[in-house]
Design a protein around this ligand. Structure first.
Ligand SMILES: [Zn+2]
Length: 236
């Protein structure tokens, strides 16, 4: 949330921090990136955000370096330069990023994910899956984004149910974490498509809605339309 970002940046300025370390899931890592911007910049975070009521001002000072230690397999935020932050007063949830926000170090250790409860594992895993599915069906694909997306889909699709059934399955946790990290790269060399933007709008209004659960709801309809229009045009 924007208020968390401002509070974190004020604290970093007071303490004279040299870098920001994020230990947690996607919200934590995204907040760390936004804090890294505001720790070296004046004004309000929304001055710099593009889209919505963001004022799109260029960031004039290099953000602090960010280290990410992910405890979940879902957002891919440990490897990408995107920070999705909610403006709680405006009900906006917008992704903002720049090359300066690529984490300088990312730690992906599946052992940190062993205690994630099944429902959270499922929702987070579907987020990772949709980053790659959307990236794969996007018009903005290239050989590299396809390469990452296909491998990510294979690893997450084959192992997510195992990780949900038994969180202490190290092989399943490792493969879902691997697929998640690759999915983060898909968003760097490709792009998401129809599911992610409307889901951000839904969870901006309903902040208790898990991102992955919102994606599942939207995707049931979007994929149905995609599949039926494919059927209509090809007869397959
Ligand atoms: Zn996502």
């Amino acid at each position: 949330m924007k208020s968390t970002v401002i509070a974190g940046a004020d604290f970093a300025k007071e303490q004279g921090c040299d870098f920001i370390a994020a230990l947690g899931g996607g919200s934590c890592m995204d907040a760390a990136k936004a804090i890294a911007i505001m720790a070296t910049s004046d004004g309000d975070y929304w001055d710099y955000v593009f889209g919505g009521t963001g004022r799109g001002k260029p960031v004039e000072h290099k953000p602090l370096p960010v280290i990410t230690v992910t405890t979940t397999a879902g957002t891919g935020s440990e490897t990408d330069p995107w920070a999705v932050v909610t403006h709680e007063e405006n009900h906006e949830k917008i992704g903002y990023g720049s090359d300066y926000l690529f984490p300088v170090l990312a730690v992906v250790d599946p052992e940190l994910m062993i205690f994630v409860p099944p429902e959270f594992t499922a929702n987070q895993g579907f987020d990772a899956l949709f980053h790659s599915i959307e990236g794969y069906v996007s018009n903005g694909v290239d050989l590299m984004s396809d390469m990452y997306a296909i491998t990510a889909i294979e690893n997450v699709a084959k192992n997510l149910a195992k990780a949900v059934r038994n969180g202490n399955d190290p092989d399943a946790r490792e493969k879902v974490a691997f697929g998640n990290t690759l999915s983060g790269t898909v968003m760097c060399v490709g792009s998401c498509t129809g599911q992610h933007s409307p889901e951000h709008e839904m969870s901006a209004y309903h902040q208790d809605l898990p991102h992955g659960a919102g994606l599942i709801m939207i995707s049931k309809h979007i994929l149905h339309i995609l599949l039926t229009s494919t059927y209509a045009t090809t007869g397959l």
